[in-house]
Design a protein around this ligand. Structure first.
Ligand SMILES: Cc1cc2nc3c(=O)[nH]c(=O)nc-3n(C[C@H](O)[C@H](O)[C@H](O)COP(=O)(O)OP(=O)(O)OC[C@H]3O[C@@H](n4cnc5c(N)ncnc54)[C@H](O)[C@@H]3O)c2cc1C
Length: 447
């Protein structure tokens, strides 16, 4: 018997089977922890849910991985050796478009594009080089509480140049009021586009479910488990240290707990076990980005050139997703998603919400006459949470949730409401990397 020589395994329970929870679970299983992931819904993925309908694969949430090889998604899959199981395809920049004043323009992606684009006046083009220097050399730490609209006034006043930059805000941050994005977030999101080091974005081949299945497989290959229909009701905390979580009357013991759920779910979980520093006031102060998604599957449309259209005048963005991942649509089919970013007032107004579908169908009919007759699948989803935390200047990164809950030993948070670096799902991925590194170091895990 050599059991005495085996280090006792460090038990980690991860609550939430979305991107953050599954990535954290896979990284920790890889490091040698005994991992259990508990997801309340019957399917994995959280806001990156994938649904099959009439031969179309609709990603109801997550689509693009902005930032290419620097993204946490790529780094995590690479670290786990799972890039073969869940390949990431580069997004072709020539397929990216923007609509302004009824005209369809390429989104400039090379220095030559920038010189020739009609989105900027000659004066705007002259100002662009100076503005790029300001953005590349700015210190984000001084800009968290500055609205980007105000910041641009200092060095990009020329109207076409100002509009050019503000048009990037919606697709990069999902913020309904572009002028109000924190200038620090703007700088961090736009810099990689000004100085790309590889593909500007990646697309998960086969849809997101493939990435989640790869994480699940990794956890199971390392002796852990991933359970669905396993909602966690409360935590067990004694003498300032975690002891486990309760799900369906069963206690899952743990030395470390990772809560990878958005703030509203966190508030429910902590109702019976309040944690200092995570009271309802703090959780309720976090504002999500919100909007309406229109998913369409169409048959019999000819299109090889238009992969995305940014629609800043509609406060939205449109993706033709099978152009990045052909398996999402049947032969002769296309998968569209229009995402409209909305304010809380707009979301509360049914007539405004109902305007979303005719609004985008008008645009699509203008580009492809007869489009509406070709629709085979149609879904409208009202999304009170696109990203769990907005990055407005009045809700900047320092005010978001900590990854390391210092008031309770063994308690960690992950997800896109944490103060981890990055826009959209990047903070979910980055928080998973941080949590895994902290637990690995503190528990002295073998790898
Ligand atoms: C329409 C749409 C489009 C998007 N497009 C993009 C994009 O192109 N690029 C991008 O980077 N991001 C995009 N996003 C954002 C991205 O989807 C999210 O940032 C990311 O999925 C968040 O992952 P998460 O793990 O933090 O949270 P979630 O995905 O919300 O996962 C949390 C999980 O916890 C579970 N849970 C909650 N409470 C409990 C409990 N008590 N017990 C057990 N389980 C529980 C939930 O069921 C859920 O599965 C988009 C989002 C939407 C809605």
């Amino acid at each position: 018997m050599n059991t005495s020589r085996t280090a006792p395994s460090h038990r980690v329970v991860v609550v939430g089977g979305g991107l953050a929870g599954l990535a954290a679970g896979a990284l920790l299983a890889d490091a040698g922890a005994a991992v259990t992931v508990l997801e309340q819904r019957p399917v994995l993925g959280g806001r990156a849910l994938v649904v099959q309908q009439k031969g179309f694969t609709l990603n109801y949430g997550l689509h693009y991985i902005v930032g290419g090889h620097a993204s946490p998604h790529y780094r995590i899959l690479k670290q786990l050796g799972k890039l073969d199981a869940a390949p990431l395809t580069p997004v072709k920049p020539r397929l990216l478009h923007r609509m302004r004043g009824g005209g369809l323009f390429h989104v400039p992606s090379t220095p030559l594009d920038l010189l020739t684009t009609k989105l900027l006046t000659p004066r705007g083009k002259l100002g662009l080089a100076r503005a790029a220097v300001v953005i590349l050399s700015a210190d984000p730490e001084t800009l968290w509480r500055v609205p980007v609209g105000e910041w641009l006034d200092g060095f990009a006043r020329e109207p076409s140049l100002r509009t050019f930059f503000l048009d990037l805000v919606g697709p990069l941050s999902f913020e309904a009021d572009p002028e109000a994005l924190s200038a620090a977030h703007f700088v961090l999101a736009v810099r990689p586009l000004l100085m790309p080091k590889g593909p500007i974005a990646l697309y998960p081949a086969g849809g997101w479910i493939r990435m989640f299945e790869a994480f699940k497989a990794h956890i199971e290959e390392h002796g852990g488990s991933v359970q669905t229909k396993a909602g966690v009701e409360r935590l067990e905390i004694a003498r300032g240290r975690v002891e486990g979580v309760w799900s369906d009357g069963v206690l899952y013991p743990a030395e470390s707990i990772v809560l990878a759920v958005p703030p509203n779910d966190l508030a429910g979980l902590l109702k019976e076990t309040p944690v200092d520093g995570l009271g309802p006031e703090r959780l309720n102060a976090i504002r999500p980005t919100m909007g309406v998604a229109v998913d369409l599957g169409v048959i019999g449309l000819h299109n090889e050139q238009i992969g995305t259209i940014e629609l800043p005048e509609l406060n939205g963005t449109l993706g033709v997703h099978n152009l990045f991942e052909p398996s999402l649509a049947p032969q002769d089919g296309h998968v569209f998603q229009f995402l409209r970013f909305m304010t809380p007032d707009q979301m509360a107004d049914k007539a405004e919400v109902d305007r979303t579908e005719p609004m985008i169908l008008d645009v699509l009919e203008g580009i492809w006459p007869g489009f509406t007759q070709k629709i085979a699948v149609r879904r409208i989803l009202i999304r009170p949470m696109l990203t769990a935390a907005s990055h407005r200047f009045d809700q900047p990164k320092p005010d978001l949730l900590p990854v390391d809950v210092r008031t309770v030993t063994g308690l960690y948070l992950a997800g896109d409401a944490t103060a981890s670096a990055g826009e959209l799902s990047h903070s979910a991925g980055n928080s998973a990397l941080t949590v895994a590194a902290l637990i690995r170091a503190r528990a002295g895990l073998p790898r």
